[in-house]
Design a protein around this ligand. Sequence first.
Ligand code: C5P
Length: 285
Amino acid sequence: MLEARPPAKVNLTLDVLGRRNDGYHELRSTFLRVGLSDRLTMDLGAGPGDRLTVTGLAGAPTEGNLVLTALDALRRHVAAELPPIDVTLDKRIPAAAGLGGGSSDAASALKLACECWGIALAPAEELTLAASLGSDVPFFAHDVPVATINGRGEHVSPIAAPDDDIGGLLLVTPPISLSTAAVFERFDDLPMRLDEDRLRDANDLWPAAASLEPSLPRLREELERATSVPWLMSGSGPTLFAIYPSVEEASAAGRSLVESRLPELESAILNAVDLIGPDPNWRHP
Ligand code: C5P
């Protein structure tokens, strides 16, 4: 049995540079891999088709899961009869949360299936397949700790590891569902903001997400008040995160937030992570 631990990411910055003719948006973003991972296993199966079992956190689909799409894409790419695979996916990264979990699962699935089938892809082939699966998948296919991404997400430039200021992060994922497509659509509908407004936030998608889901700005205000540090949104949300000098401090901040019983934190998932992982230092529940 082959095993991988697909990691999550946060976006330290996210600039939307414009809308393209194909409906996607031109982005510039800094992706940071964080120590919170799903668990993916693969084995040759009895068939007739690939089989996927999903366990762990709710919210990730079985049918239509990007992991199965990745296997199909790989089969089509090599245009050969390849035996069915049994896959297990244990979800520990909240799904549809702005943490890239599904994209990371897909990138790991490509690598693991190649190993299972004894296929070697050229890096450029792997990246093309990755980009066909989703905008965030190429970052994870590169398997680097931090990178600047451009285009729709397909241009990945690894950069030096962030300075020691980022020892840990506290991730707060409220039980809100925000579709990435809906957030980009709202971004297009919102009036152009002044540059001054844009500079106030590291994530251009924040006003769009906040206007779709008014509980999100309330949560952010409460988190900033309770912790006295700035909070940012990852990707198209709804996960908010704060940076700490160490993972111990991130964990302590998480514990005291849970103790404070803020109504805005009801049913939220908290993870205190370092940049190595694969598992968080502390989590709630
Ligand atoms: O590429 P992915 O399937 O993850 O994107 C989901 C949706 O998010 C797209 O259908 C599109 O509406 C929006 N999107 C975008 N520009 C990007 C990435 C995603 O408009 N660069």
